[in-house]
Write a protein that binds this ligand. Structure first.
Ligand code: HAM
Length: 421
């Protein structure tokens, strides 16, 4: 039978790389937790309407890349392409915004977009994201950006830049939309792009095709159309960022790929990742909650790509912690020893040690190889003669020194070793 493969564009992570993946995910999450964000577990699929109304029909993410299917009752469902719309649905459904504001939440997990796969661009992508909802305050915008920056710094990343823009509020944006629509009508665009421009002209600014990009050089920029309140808001955000030691570069043509953004928008780009350089991004969204049937409150958040952050850390040659290293590998030699080993492994694990043992009645040589490969610091050898004298041999796998330890003192021995460091 032919060998089955993972679906196209879906990465597998397995040891040792999966340990690094987990480490990145946990480190990114730690930055959110330390800023007071609470964890939410979101459904992986939602009512398709949530994304149509929330993320926007004119976006590639919704119109071209969404995995949509019908359940047995004929309801249209979609695999979540991103997390923000789901968090808004959850807040509205459970009235979390009735309590004190802002509601600050974080999430992590897989998202699904049928993009053209390449290194760093996957059909199942993983993100850690945060959302701070219900308060319009530039200090909160700065906090969200600072948490993302802190998350990257705590991994040790250095070669990234933060790009910042404001997309204005509904008022100044509508004046800008008119200007942009007039400009776009003078260009030579294909029918699909024209149609897109009619739904949301800002989407055209995000077009990466050279034939479109080249025509956009003189496109009007939102920065020049911002109303006074939006300009002041942005200045405040920048002031707080500087106070938090977050370096940024203004990018007046940054529009982002999702429709819900207003005012503050940002993207983190890594300089060693080539075409898929966006390691995280986000912004403020004023109308999103209302668009999905919730109250008229605003929010701001980010999504950081775990896959790309891992690639970035590897590109910078950062030695990531391998948190899952075994302490002890137990080797029974003989049937009686195996029974004893099973009890000893249980006892050691109950005392907090990370322990594995040799299975399949392997001879000493093969079992020692397995012990070395396991990454454990110590091997515990249990042979028939040791069994008779109720003693074991503890081998330090780094120095190769060996210690004879009474069976009933093994836990104590390792506890002392742990204390000594
Ligand atoms: P996004 O920019 O679409 O924003 O995605 C956030 C991050 O996810 C990107 O910067 C990138 O690192 C990663 N990512 C996106 N697509 C892929 C892909 N195909 N393969 C690998 N990584 C990918 C959002 O999703 C918004 N929900 C962020 C947000 C939260 N805005 C406000 N709150």
């Amino acid at each position: 039978m032919s060998k089955l493969q993972a679906p196209k564009g879906v990465p597998d992570y397995y040891p040792p790389d999966s340990e690094n993946f987990l480490y990145i995910k946990n480190t990114l999450a730690a930055a959110a937790i330390s800023a007071g964000y609470g964890y939410v577990e979101l459904p992986v699929f939602e009512d398709t309407q949530l994304f149509i109304r929330g993320v926007g029909e004119s976006t590639d993410v919704v119109s071209k890349e969404m995995y949509v299917f019908e359940d047995r009752a004929g309801r249209s469902l979609a695999l979540r392409p991103e997390g923000t719309a789901g968090v808004m649905r959850l807040i509205a459904e459970h009235s979390l915004d009735r309590n004190s504001l802002p509601v600050k939440l974080w999430y992590a997990g897989p998202f699904f977009r049928a993009e053209r796969p390449q290194l760093g661009r996957y059909r199942q992508l993983q993100q850690v994201g945060i959302e701070a909802v219900g308060i319009n305050d530039p200090a909160l915008d700065a906090e969200v950006i600072q948490v993302a920056d802190q998350a990257f710094k705590s991994i040790g990343l250095k070669q990234y830049q933060l790009h910042l823009n404001s997309l204005g509020c509904f008022e100044c944006r509508s004046a800008y939309r008119e200007q942009l629509t007039a400009f776009l009508s003078t260009l030579d665009l294909d029918p699909a792009t024209k149609e897109r421009a009619a739904v949301n002209p800002l989407r055209v600014l995000d077009d990466k095709r050279p034939e479109v990009k080249n025509q956009l050089v003189n496109a009007p920029q939102i920065a020049k159309s911002l109303c006074r309140a939006c300009v002041e808001y942005q200045q405040e955000v920048e002031k707080y960022l500087l106070q938090s030691d977050v370096h940024f570069a203004p990018k007046p043509d940054l529009v982002r790929g999702l429709d819900y953004y207003t005012r503050t928008t940002f993207e983190f780009e890594h300089s060693l990742l080539g075409a898929q350089s966006g390691i995280g991004g986000g912004g403020r969204y004023d109308g999103l909650m209302k668009a999905i049937g919730g109250s008229d409150i605003s929010g701001i958040g980010f999504g950081i790509g775990i896959d790309r952050t891992l690639l970035a850390a590897q590109a910078e040659g950062i030695a990531l912690a391998t948190p899952n290293q075994l302490d002890i590998f137990v080797i029974p030699l003989g049937e009686g020893a195996k029974s004893m080993a099973v009890s000893l492994v249980h006892q050691l694990r109950s005392n907090g040690f990370k322990v594995d043992m040799s299975y399949g009645d392997r001879a000493l040589k093969g079992a020692m190889k397995a012990a070395d490969r396991s990454g454990a610091k110590y091997a515990v050898l249990l042979g028939e003669s040791e069994l008779n004298s109720a003693r074991v041999q503890v081998k330090d796998l780094t120095s190769s020194s060996q210690t004879d330890v009474p069976l009933d003192k093994v836990v104590e021995f390792f506890s002392n070793q742990a204390k000594e460091g």
